[in-house]
Design a protein around this ligand. Structure first.
Ligand code: FEO
Length: 394
């Protein structure tokens, strides 16, 4: 992977991971990803901003060699997760004079996860600056994008904001800058849904804090650089807002077709009412797509049969994930078929502890749904539509 010049004496030296298809053994990466690291050569000191995933250490070292770097004074660590920090030990071995510059929380996590010795660190606080000679780094602590220790760096003279995970997109591309806004919007929204959505309130205060800065480029550590920063700032402002859309997400699973008949009836009824519907047949769906659909939707309806005296495990997983991602969903309901009873409703509502939605009366039917049962589904669609109307979105 070639070194790319961003500005005068500022280089992108990270790695594109074209083949990676899973992150944290949780998040599907259909478009791969990148681990961006940036080298800033000031008139007096040189800083490396983040490193790369340990699987790509050699790419980073080769890139530094290509630039003829023989000294690194500072390794700025924005985030202790290993896809950005994992090559710090190798960089310290190659450049033993370098100090790892980060905040106190990140220092502790780096010592914990990578066993970096304490004397290798220089600890900075929120708002502190570090001079590289003619270039100045200003550190802004932004917790919970993605872990509690995350921070960003503003390069004062060049007006570049280096954000690590924040504003990132899991997107393997040869483009240094955003060239296809549609593709990047999709990738960044998916990334927001999977990684950032639980921290909406933190992000709101970070966006306020960052509004004070004049930013010409946002350089994240996943995906391309934003040379139109307002594009991603506006997208984030929309995603984190309290505004919900006239949309219903239906994660469902069906064993012998009865629950699916109910789901299809609900889809048709909602469509007739002009409500946007996003069904996810869970055994065939990508959880990243489901997460993305949850960003804006006002309502979620879980479709599940009753099996082993409760909800289907695939539905339980989807509900657990939804609750963990803390979307701004306002209404939840449950539909499905059962044979002889069970605890489906209690089980599912008991899993929704974080998002505290209003529960709309579930529709569970015995066996193959009758026309009378399906009329209850039509009624559920009407109720959802009315609720959306009350919110002023339908
Ligand atoms: Fe890209 Fe939270 O690591």
């Amino acid at each position: 992977m070639a070194v790319r010049k961003v500005r005068d004496r500022i280089y992108s030296v990270g790695a594109v991971d074209w083949d990676r298809r899973m992150f944290d053994e949780l998040i599907p990466l259909p478009e791969g990803t990148s681990y961006n690291a940036y080298l800033i050569m000031g008139s007096e000191k040189t800083a490396l901003l983040d490193t790369v995933d340990p699987t790509k250490t050699q790419v980073l070292l080769d890139n530094l060699a290509e630039l003829g770097v023989d000294r690194i004074d500072y390794v700025i660590s924005h985030h202790a997760e290993q896809d950005h920090s994992g090559s710090i030990p190798a960089v310290l071995e190659k450049f033993p004079m370098a100090k790892v510059v980060t905040n106190a929380k990140c220092k502790n996590l780096l010592m914990l996860h990578l066993h970096i010795p304490e004397d290798k660190f220089m600890v900075i606080d929120d708002g502190e600056t570090l001079s590289l000679g003619d270039k100045t780094l200003k550190f802004i602590i932004t917790p919970w994008v993605h872990w509690p220790e995350t921070m960003v760096t503003y390069l004062v003279e060049d007006k570049i904001l280096f954000t690590c995970d924040f504003f990132g997109s899991h997107l393997a591309t040869s483009d240094l800058y955003v060239r296809d806004e549609g593709a990047v919007y999709y990738g960044a929204k998916r990334y927001y849904a999977e990684i950032m959505m639980p921290f909406r309130n933190n992000i709101r205060s970070h966006l306020k804090k960052l509004a004070e800065y004049k930013i010409e480029l946002i350089a994240p550590s996943h995906g391309p650089i934003y040379d139109n920063p307002q594009f991603i700032i506006n997208a984030y402002a929309d995603w984190i807002s309290d505004k919900v859309a006239n949309e219903v997400v239906i994660p469902y699973v069906s064993m012998h077709g009865s629950t699916e008949i109910m789901v299809n009836r609900l889809i048709d009824a909602l469509m007739k009412l002009g409500v946007r519907v996003m069904p996810f047949n869970l055994p065939k769906s990508d959880t990243g797509e489901l997460a993305m659909a949850l960003v804006d939707a006002a309502t979620v309806v879980i479709g599940t049969p009753t099996v082993l005296v409760g909800a289907h495990p695939a539905a339980v997983y989807a509900v657990f994930l939804t609750n963990a991602l803390r979307p701004k969903v306002r209404f939840v309901s449950i539909i499905g078929s059962f044979g002889w009873g069970g605890q489906t409703i209690n089980q599912i509502t008991g899993l929704i502890t974080n998002i505290k939605p209003e529960i709309i009366e579930p529709v569970l039917v015995k066996g193959l749904p009758t026309e009378e049962d399906l009329k209850k589904i039509d009624q559920l669609a009407e109720t959802i539509f009315e609720k959306h109307k009350q919110l002023g979105i339908a």
